[in-house]
Design a protein. Structure first.
Length: 122
């Protein structure tokens, strides 16, 4: 959970979702409170979690597939270094409806090119 600016309530969370650890896990993150949106917290949360995924979990690549019609998470992924991979229709989870998603990819090499060597960050 992520807390912002001394607030008592969490403003978001992130988790590793389905996938084979060290090969192709998907990640997810959500902003929890609408009043906190539009302040760059999601971008900070995703960027802050990347060293964990690539360092601690030793991943080689990371995917994220937000709802294609929700511009905010798609912009966030691009800002932090993800590259658009493809768009397709799926049911992303048991609580979701069939929807178009945009799949984004960030490789370990691209992460290190964008942010510097992991050894410098951990």
């Amino acid at each position: 959970r992520v807390r912002a600016g001394g607030r008592r309530h969490p403003v978001g969370h992130g988790a590793r979702a389905r996938g084979v650890l060290r090969r192709d896990p998907f990640r997810r993150a959500r902003a929890a409170h609408g009043s906190e949106r539009g302040r760059g917290l999601g971008t900070a949360m995703v960027a802050g979690a990347l060293p964990y995924f690539f360092g601690k979990l030793q991943l080689e690549k990371l995917y994220s597939q937000p709802y294609a019609l929700n511009a905010a998470p798609n912009r966030t992924l691009e800002k932090v270094g993800f590259v658009f991979d493809k768009e397709y229709v799926t049911i992303p989870g048991s609580l979701n409806f069939e929807q178009p998603v945009k799949r984004w990819l960030l490789t370990r090499a691209a992460f290190e090119a964008h942010y510097g060597a992991l050894s410098d960050r951990l």
